[in-house]
Design a protein around this ligand. Structure first.
Ligand code: C2E
Ligand code: MG
Ligand code: MG
Length: 769
């Protein structure tokens, strides 16, 4: 904000001030300035009149275009003001008022039509920002419009008897050249100045968004001032040489004017060329003023007109070329949605920063890696357009949180990276992170919706260990991941332990792959199944087992599923692992059923994970395994979690129906943690609910819990679903569960998960059912 204020142009402030005046006052001020300036310019032009009342140029007509292109076509009627005031008030001539009125109307018609065509038909950008705008302006405003106006004005004057009709031709030509030159010399510089005006046309806004923002420097650099001064001096000398030195037999200096004009247009572009054209025209008038008899006025006029058009068009062409190059460069380093820098830019900048740390041991910087929490939810629920708007709003907020030296880039998606440059220590980086998390936590209002968003930030501090920009980014990313795991709206600073943990994880992943390969190679499997008995509470007999996987890790010993199942899920390795578990469990149960043939009703429960469950050929797989192991389908019970059913109701229903059709039983594992309705589970034709350990463990501590379990049991029974209690550890819990009429139990009270040998031993000694 402060920056904007400091750099704002004097003109900008003036325009802003004008804007807050009442519209009527604005109108009067504008038209007064327009009329006074127009009449003054006419008078100024007449100062340079030659003996035959010919002026080298008449810039008053340029004001018509400044008014209409700058402020809008609604001012067309005002175009009669300058000719009327000039001819009736300032220099009243003996021509009749009708002719004066007629010529005023003629001016309005010609210039009004030209402006309408330029804006409405040719759709030029009224501040002449593109080459095509300047081209059309040169053709229509500075060539055809004065041609039409001069031809008709000369006719009106001839008709009024100001001069004989025979002189119409020369009169028209002088008038035309004067008007045309007047328009090219003054209108473009003035329209360029109007670019500072705060009001703008639609096309102007659209163009502005395309272009890189220009920085307004209040004072031009010293070098620049000198350069401009030299330019002016050269222009003056050349114009003087061209128009003051009488042409010799073979020498005509007038063409010299082209040299500096072309030079400036090519080197500096449209704006400077427009200024140079103005300087040449004004000074040419001065230099020929006293010597009007030495040059042919028409040659002077057409010479100036040619020089002016050439300068403007060439300048506009060069500017457009330069702009499109800048545009290319800009888009290569900016994110098109938010206007922030992009990944490419940040990587470049980071490369420099890394190089600087190597050169200067005291130099420190930090990288903040920011990821929005749950952005995907917003995007999916409210639409991508909405998500885009949100990213733009967030980009704006991030900019505000930063210090002057820091830069933020969008990395794509909902990831932003911030370079906190030149810091003394970690504290400065965490300060920025704190400010960002606080600021982002405030709600964003988007089209009436109040949106809350938070971000997780990972911070990495530079050190000489970082040889590549990618390394420090990676560490910031790891820290971000840690922040996210801890909960939303947090930041974390990277440290060595995080790195080690990640390394361990990826080591574990490799090991897991190898373990899965061992399954496929038919070599000694690294996985083992443990079996935990499930007991009928009424009689205390074993009704079945739950198969629980263990991983015999080559170096880390026996690992429980909690340490590798989620990784297996993420990597998809759960699919071969799950298949092995299913086959092994079925094979084992079948063996036991044969060995202990009096236990034909024994069941085996197998855990099936989400990824495994949603795999399309699961049913075929189960069917095949049952066939290969020769197990009765009713002895197999698949355990799935509540969340699986809630999150994928359609797929789950389809899959469950097919599995049930095989005759396999279904159980809902860890029941009570999710929020599924019992009636839905009924429609899935579930056989068993396994009440989660957390409910069972609190049994007997307070009465409320037993009521929850009681309610679940009652409802389940009404729907024909049996209930198994998980994690039964104490006789008190067992007693309570019995009174609640819970059918089965599983837990350390009965037995821990056992190896197959131990389970076999148990089967051979335990009482029969
Ligand atoms: P789960 O299916 O709910 O299995 C019960 C877990 O509770 C087992 O842990 C078991 O050892 C433990 N448990 C049993 N009774 C008690 C008790 O009285 N007190 C306490 N504190 N715990 C008891 P485990 O074997 O570590 O398995 C953890 C989870 O890993 C399982 O929860 C299951 O979701 C998953 N899992 C195990 N094996 C497999 C498998 O083969 N495939 C898949 N996809 N997941 C598996
Ligand atoms: Mg289970
Ligand atoms: Mg469970």
């Amino acid at each position: 904000m402060g920056q904007m204020q400091r750099n704002s142009h004097v003109l900008q402030r003036l325009f802003n001030w004008l804007r807050y005046l009442p519209p009527d006052v604005q109108y009067v001020i504008l038209l007064t300035i327009y009329t006074v300036a127009g009449v003054a310019l006419k008078e100024l032009a007449s100062v340079f009149e030659t003996a035959e009342a010919i002026t080298p140029w008449d810039p008053s007509s340029s004001l018509h275009f400044v008014l209409l292109l700058g402020f809008g076509l609604r001012y067309i009627p005002a175009l009669v003001l300058i000719p009327l005031v000039d001819n009736l008030v300032i220099t009243p001539s003996d021509i009749r008022v009708t002719y004066v009125l007629l010529s005023a109307l003629c001016v309005m018609a010609c210039y009004g039509t030209a402006s309408t065509i330029l804006l409405n038909q040719l759709h030029i950008e009224p501040r002449l920002r593109r080459f095509q705008d300047v081209l059309w302006f040169a053709v229509v405003a500075a060539f055809i419009a004065p041609l039409a106006a001069s031809a008709s004005l000369a006719a009106i004057l001839a008709a009024a008897g100001d001069f004989p009709w025979s002189k119409w031709g020369s009169h028209f030509l002088h008038e035309w050249a004067g008007e045309a030159t007047g328009i090219v010399m003054l209108a473009p510089p003035m329209l360029i100045l109007l670019r500072k005006a705060p009001w703008s046309t639609k096309s102007h806004i659209a163009l502005n968004r395309l272009m890189p923002p220009k920085i307004n420097l209040r004072w031009p650099k010293f070098r620049d001032v000198i350069e401009r001064a030299i330019e002016v001096v050269i222009l003056l000398i050349v114009t003087w040489a061209a128009y003051s030195i009488p042409p010799g037999d073979s020498l005509d200096f007038t063409y010299f004017v082209f040299l500096p004009i072309i030079w400036i247009a090519v080197r500096k572009g449209f704006e400077r060329a427009a200024l140079a054209v103005l300087i040449v025209n004004v000074s040419a008038a001065f230099f020929t003023y006293t010597k009007s008899d030495t040059n042919s006025p028409l040659a002077l006029q057409f010479g100036l007109m040619t020089v002016s058009h050439t300068g403007l068009l060439l300048g506009a062409f060069v500017t457009e070329r330069k702009q499109s190059q800048e545009q290319l460069l800009y888009s290569a380093y900016h994110d098109s949605l938010t206007g922030l820098y992009n990944r490419a830019w940040l990587m470049d900048k980071l490369k420099q920063a890394v190089a600087q740390t190597n050169a200067n041991k005291n130099y420190l910087f930090a990288i903040l890696f920011l990821d929005l929490d749950r952005f995907k939810v917003v995007n999916d629920s409210l639409g991508h357009g909405f998500g885009d708007q949100m990213l733009i709003a967030i980009a704006e907020r991030l900019k505000i949180c930063l210090r002057h030296k820091d830069t933020v880039a969008r990395f794509g998606g909902d990831e932003f990276t911030i370079l906190v440059d030149d810091i003394q220590g970690v504290r400065e980086a965490t300060c920025v992170a704190e400010r960002i998390t606080q600021d982002l936590a405030k709600s964003i209002n988007l089209g009436g919706h109040e949106i809350f968003t938070t971000a997780s930030i990972g911070i990495a501090i530079s050190s000489i260990d970082y040889q590549q920009p990618e390394d420090i980014l990676r560490d910031a990313d790891i820290a971000m991941y840690h922040a996210k795991v801890q909960g939303t709206s947090r930041y974390a600073v990277f440290d060595r332990a995080m790195h080690d943990e990640i390394m361990q994880m990826s080591q574990l992943e490799n090991d897991l792959r190898r373990a899965v390969e061992s399954l496929e190679n038919q070599s000694e499997p690294q996985f083992q199944l443990y079996y935990q008995p499930i007991v009928l509470l009424s009689s205390g007999t074993i009704s079945g087992f739950e198969a629980l996987i263990r991983w015999q890790h080559p170096t880390r010993g026996l690992l429980p599923p909690g340490q590798f199942i989620s990784m297996a899920e993420e990597t998809g390795l759960i699919i071969p692992i799950g298949e092995w578990v299913l086959r092994e469990a079925c094979r084992q149960l079948q063996t036991w059923q044969v060995t202990f043939d009096f236990r034909a009703s024994l069941t085996i429960s197998v855990n099936v994970s989400v990824r495994q469950f949603l795999q399309p050929n699961l049913v075929e797989q189960v069917e095949q395994i049952l066939r290969q192991t020769d197990l009765n389908p009713g002895s197999l019970k698949l355990e799935i979690t509540e969340s699986l059913v809630i999150e994928n109701p359609e797929e789950a229903l389809a899959m469950l129906t097919r599995i049930k059709a095989l005759g396999v039983q279904l159980a809902i594992d860890d029941f009570g943690l999710g929020y599924s309705s019992l009636s839905r589970l009924h429609s899935f034709r579930v056989n068993t609910l396994k009440i989660d350990r957390s409910f069972v463990s609190r049994l007997g501590i307070d009465g409320e819990n037993s009521e929850i379990i009681q309610a679940i049991v009652m409802l389940a029974h009404l729907l024909g679903i049996s209930v198994t209690a998980e994690g039964v550890e104490t006789p008190a819990q067992l007693a309570k569960l019995k009174t609640l009429e819970c059918e089965e139990g599983q837990g350390y009270l009965f037995a821990r998960p056992l190896t197959s040998q131990a389970a076999e031993l148990l089967l051979s000694t335990a009482p029969e059912s």
